[in-house]
Design a protein around this ligand. Structure first.
Ligand code: ADP
Ligand code: MG
Length: 656
């Protein structure tokens, strides 16, 4: 059935529907209401002038129809409701005249003109609603069409719809037929039935999505490079490290080794808190890849971090040729690196975005690692992958991904986690203080300063304007100067500074020429000032828990006791989570539950995962069900049902 075949859809309506993104009957049928009006049966005595009315009654006088110009008509009759007579008016329903006769029981819905005791009706129902409420679907509309009209058109659609939920699962969950559920969503009988219908349709969306992802995951198994690397060589290397790897680190190395040496292509996320020791694991991955004769690339989010990695890895592998490629290189230096990568003489390259710029060609890139993967957009990441036929990929992230996201958004990835930190690290002591406690905070600060330690002070997060941001930082600096300025130096870091100015400020802080650094959150990732033992965050309630946890990671970088102080007069319950745990995993989980995904993962969630009804966070239980069911389904029936999946995976190349 085509849209044009629906009665009442001409070129004009077609155009209007197009504006709503409705281009075929399926679009129309699945143009779901975005909310409902729950209309209770009215108590006529409490209604005000022109309020919505929905009321049962018995027809007291036969309907009279007045025929107007342009085929319009006006019908009137009296309705007895609880022994009170109402005058009812309705336009253009003259054809119902013969059904509205004395004694007919019915429900009228419309506006109540109290002054004249008239109901101007929008709808008549020839069954009593009784105590039930009417559930009215509300759709997103545009000029030229209203909710009622959309609903009317939808009810005229007559097409066969494919049900992607396998029969045995429908039976298991007691689902009604898909088309029944779609009808219910547009014309709810009651709340319970509506809920069941929505639930079933959400499940289907999630089931299809999870099946696509899991299907892709199995498909990938054959595609990887197979390397032959002697285990002993890696063990020897690990033995020579100045520290023992933690159990979690060893487990991650093992998982990566398995990926790299088996024929399955690695697509792995390595996650762990700041300081948990991801870098050495990544370096070992590069080493395994190198031993097998392939080139490796490690991409860092900033120049400073790239240089830091470069120095470390060059020290670890004196016999391997390592290159550094950043945007700041001179043309000649760049050329040299380009040549080395193309002819294969450079084995490992560390860099920033420059690694994925146009001119870079690799001889045999086998492994790509990105540090702090959430800082790269999807496109950049895939750009890097495209530099080789099918390199293995490892993403490092210090923002652990909540379980929900891990199994959905990154459902096509395997995950390695480092949950325990290397021994000997002191926990950062965390306090939540009120603004009126500022004196106590200042004296804690003084204590640290007197020991020769340094302090970060984070100014309130302001998104509205740079000007307010600057004012805030400046005000805070003046306050700190007032308190400590006689004996200590206060510095300022904010978004208005040029990169060079920022670097200068950072350098001074690093060299302890600045004792207190007032800053917005622009402090560079990975900047390491071990002598900073305290951070004070004003208006902490403005930050997500994960963001605060990340900020906290800047202190506690040596064996001195460090402190993290949040100042906030609200949201104590939420912020107190941070005083209780330093486990990034449970923090991100809590954050996610409280605030939703936010912009945690950039473009990936917005474009690639558009569910009409389902919501990953709110429908978490369904997500888990759908995931388990899809895995089982593919295992049992994958090949048999493959034709369905070829169809539905087509649009999923973005995940590949
Ligand atoms: P991140 O996970 O934030 O990348 P790093 O890899 O930078 O953490 O590790 C932080 C510090 O801990 C580094 O100086 C590193 O050398 C050290 N480190 C890593 N693993 C261990 C370990 N098992 N024992 C002791 N120190 C370690
Ligand atoms: Mg790191």
């Amino acid at each position: 059935m085509e849209l044009e075949q629906i009665k009442g859809i001409g070129p004009k309506t077609l155009n209007i529907l197009g504006r709503l993104g409705i281009n075929n009957t399926y679009d129309l049928l699945t143009y779901y209401p975005f909310r409902y009006n729950f209309i209770k049966r009215s108590d006529i005595n409490t209604l005000g002038q022109n309020e919505q009315i929905i009321i049962d009654g018995t027809v007291e006088t036969n309907a009279v129809v007045l025929y107007l110009k342009n085929h319009k008509d006006k019908m009137t009759f009296k309705l007895n409701t609880n022994n009170m007579l109402l005058n009812v008016v309705i336009f253009n329903r003259g054809f119902l005249k013969n059904k509205i006769i004395i004694g007919t029981k019915m429900t009228v819905i419309g506006k109540y003109d109290k002054k004249n005791n008239v109901v101007v009706c929008s709808e008549l129902k020839f069954s009593l609603l009784g105590n039930m409420i009417k559930i009215e679907p509300i759709y997103h509309v545009t000029t030229g069409i209203n909710s009622l009209q959309i609903n009317h058109l939808i009810n005229l659609v007559d097409v066969n719809i494919v049900d992607y939920v396998p029969r045995y699962l429908s039976l298991k969950y007691g689902f009604k037929d898909k088309d029944v559920c779609i009808r219910e969503i547009h014309n709810p009988h009651n709340y319970e039935m509506l809920k069941q219908a929505v639930n079933r349709l959400k499940y289907e969306e999630l089931f299809v999505f999870m099946t696509k992802i899991n299907y892709l995951k199995t498909k990938k198994i054959q595609e990887g490079l197979t390397r032959k690397v002697e285990r002993e060589k890696i063990e020897q290397f690990i033995d020579k490290l100045p520290f023992r790897l933690t159990t979690d680190q060893l487990k991650c190395v093992e998982e990566i080794y398995d990926d790299l040496t088996s024929n399955r292509r690695m697509n792995r996320l390595l996650q762990g808190d700041v300081g948990s020791g991801k870098t050495i694991v990544a370096f070992i991955a590069l080493y395994i890849n190198y031993l097998a004769g392939y080139q490796g690339a490690l991409m860092a989010p900033t120049e400073i971090l790239a240089k830091q990695h470069y120095r470390n890895i060059s020290n670890l592998f004196p016999n391997v040729r390592v290159g550094l490629l950043t945007g700041k290189l001179k043309v000649k230096e760049k050329k040299e690196i380009y040549n080395g990568l193309e002819d294969g003489s450079i084995n490992i390259v560390i860099g920033t975005h420059a690694l994925i710029s146009e001119g870079v060609k690799y001889k045999n890139l086998g492994l790509v690692i990105t540090d702090e993967q959430h800082r790269f957009g999807v496109n950049q990441r895939s750009n890097l992958k495209n530099k080789a036929v099918m390199p293995d990929v490892l993403y490092m992230s210090a923002t652990p991904i909540p379980r929900t996201y891990a199994i959905t958004l990154f459902g096509d990835m395997d995950i390695s986690s480092i949950k325990t930190k290397p021994v000997g690290r002191k926990e950062v002591i965390t306090y939540l203080k009120k603004e009126q406690d500022i004196t106590a905070v200042l004296s804690m600060m003084l204590e640290q300063l007197k020991k020769g330690h340094q302090i970060y002070v984070i100014a309130p997060l302001i998104e509205e304007s740079d000007k307010i941001e600057l004012e805030n930082v400046t005000k805070l600096r003046d306050k700190m100067n007032l308190a400590f300025g006689r004996y200590f130096t206060v510095g300022m870091m904010h978004g208005k500074l040029s990169n060079q100015e920022k670097e200068e400020v950072m350098m001074k802080f690093k060299n302890n020429e600045i004792n207190i650094l007032i800053s917005t959150t622009v402090i560079e990732v990975g900047v390491d000032v071990p002598n900073a033992t305290m951070m004070v965050v004003f208006d902490s309630y403005r930050f997500g828990l994960s963001a605060l946890h990340q900020l906290r990671g800047r202190v506690g970088r040596n064996d001195l006791q460090s402190y993290f102080i949040m100042i906030s007069n609200t949201e104590a319950e939420r912020l107190n989570i941070l005083t209780k745990t330093s486990d990034g995993f449970s923090i991100s989980e809590a954050d996610f539950k409280l605030r939703g995904s936010g912009d945690m993962f950039g473009t990936r969630q917005s474009g690639d995962m558009q569910f009409k009804l389902a919501n990953l966070r709110k429908d978490y239980d369904l997500v888990v069900k759908a995931k388990d069911d899809s895995l089982q389904f593919l295992k049992n029936y994958g090949i048999e049902y493959k034709y369905i999946y070829d169809d539905i995976v087509k649009d999923l190349n973005c995940l590949d």
